[in-house]
Design a protein around this ligand. Structure first.
Ligand code: PEP
Ligand code: MN
Length: 334
C-alpha cells in the first residue's frame, strides 16, 4: 500500500500513523521529496483499512498495490486448485458439466432428467430445493423433501449432487449433499460464508448480481479463512443496462480469475442469458475462454417447469451442447 502525504503534515501525525501501523506489524518506508512525502507500507496489509488512512486530514491519497485476498490469491499458490467431489475432479484441466433442473419438482421429474443428463456426459447433478425467488408468491422449492429426492437421484445415477443453501439454519440438511451452492443473492451473506468455512464441503460460490471480481474473491476468502479451501467460483452474469438477456455474461471474468486466483471457475450460461436459445453458444464460448466447467439448467418439459423454464434446455438440446463443447475443447487444447 502506498500513502501520499499532504505537504504540510506534522511529524507528530506521521508518528501516530506509524505507531498504529506497527501495531498491525506493518513497516513504513518513507521517501521524502521536495514537495511530496510518500510512505510505502511493507508487510501484510490485509488488515489495514485504507479508507481510515484516507480519512486522515494530512493524507492526500492511498493506493493498494497488493490484493486484499491472500488465500484465494494465485501469487501465494501458483498451481491450480483441484477439488475432489466424491471422485469427480474439478479444476486443473478437468472439465465439469453440472446439469439438471432449476428446481426439484418431483421424484419422476428429477430422476428422468438425472438419467438423461448423465447419458449425455454430465459429471454432476444440479437441482434447487431451496429457491431464492423474486416473488414470494412463486414456487419456493420442495425444501427438505427436495434434498431427499436429490439423494435418491444420486443413488440412482451415481452423480454427485449440487444444491443451494439459502440460510444457515438449513445446514444440517446438507450433510449428504456433495457441493453446497451459494447463490448470487447470498454471495455477501458473510455469516453464511463464515459457517461454510467451518465445513469441509466443496462450495459452489456464484458471483453476486452486481459484484466486482474483487468482491467475489473476497467472499471466497471469507470461506477460505475459516479453513475450507474447496471453492468453485461460478460466473452467472451480472446486472448491466442490457435488457435483451436476463443478465450480461461477463466471460472476461474467466481469464481474469485465472490470472488472479488458483480456484476453479465455471460458467452458468442459463442464468446469464435467461433464454434457452442463447445457452449453447455461450456454453461453447465459455469452454473456449478456458472455463473449468459449466452449470446448465435442463428440464424434461421446459414449458411446464415450476422455475426458469425459458432458460432450460431439453435433454436433446443438452446432448447437442455437450458434443459442441467437447469439440471446442479439443480445438482450444491444440
Ligand atoms: C440457481 O442456480 O438456481 C440460481 C438461483 O442461480 P443464481 O444464484 O445464479 O441466480
Ligand atoms: Mn434457475
Amino acid at each position: 500500500m502506498i500513502v501520499l502525504l499532504k505537504e504540510n503534515y506534522k511529524e507528530e501525525q506521521l508518528e501516530n500513523l506509524r505507531a498504529w501501523l506497527k501495531s498491525m506489524s506493518v513497516d513504513v518506508k518513507m521517501s521524502k521529496g521536495s514537495h511530496q512525502t510518500i510512505l510505502g507500507l511493507v508487510g501484510d496489509t490485509s488488515q489495514v483499512d485504507s479508507e481510515l488512512i484516507l480519512a486522515l486530514d494530512f493524507v492526500e491519497d492511498v493506493k493498494r498495490v497488493q490484493e486484499p485476498y491472500k488465500k484465494a490469491n494465485r501469487k501465494f499458490h501458483p498451481e491450480d486448485t483441484v477439488i475432489d467431489v466424491n471422485g469427480v475432479k474439478v479444476g486443473g484441466g478437468n472439465f465439469s458439466i453440472i446439469a439438471g433442473p432449476c428446481s426439484v419438482e418431483s421424484e419422476q421429474q428429477l430422476c428422468t432428467i438425472a438419467e438423461s443428463v448423465k447419458k449425455s456426459g454430465a459429471t454432476m447433478l444440479r437441482g434447487g430445493a431451496f429457491k431464492p425467488r423474486t416473488s414470494p408468491y412463486a414456487f419456493q422449492g420442495m425444501r427438505g423433501e427436495g434434498i431427499k429426492l436429490l439423494l435418491k437421484a444420486k443413488e440412482l445415477t451415481g452423480l454427485p449432487i449440487v444444491t443451494e443453501i439459502m440460510d444457515l439454519s438449513q445446514l444440517d440438511l446438507f450433510d449428504d449433499v456433495d457441493v453446497i451452492q451459494v447463490g448470487a443473492r447470498n454471495m455477501q451473506n458473510f455469516e453464511l460464508l463464515k459457517a461454510l468455512g467451518k465445513t469441509d464441503k466443496p462450495i459452489l460460490l456464484k458471483r453476486g448480481l452486481s459484484a466486482t471480481i474483487q468482491e467475489w474473491l473476497m467472499s471466497a476468502e471469507y470461506i477460505m479463512s475459516g479453513g475450507n479451501d474447496k471453492i468453485i467460483l461460478c460466473e452467472r452474469g451480472i446486472r448491466t443496462f442490457e435488457t435483451a438477456t436476463r443478465n450480461t455474461l461477463d466471460l472476461s471474468a474467466v481469464p481474469v480469475i485465472k490470472s488472479l486466483s488458483h480456484l476453479p471457475v465455471i460458467v452458468d450460461p442459463s442464468h446469464a442469458t435467461g433464454f434457452s436459445r442463447y445457452v449453447r453458444p455461450m456454453a461453447v464460448a465459455a469452454a473456449a475462454v478456458g472455463a473449468d466447467g459449466l452449470i446448465i439448467e435442463v428440464h424434461n418439459d421446459p414449458p411446464h417447469a415450476l422455475c426458469d423454464g425459458a432458460q432450460s434446455l431439453t435433454p436433446k438440446d443438452f446432448d447437442e451442447l455437450v458434443k459442441d463443447v467437447m469439440d471446442i475443447r479439443k480445438v482450444v487444447a491444440k
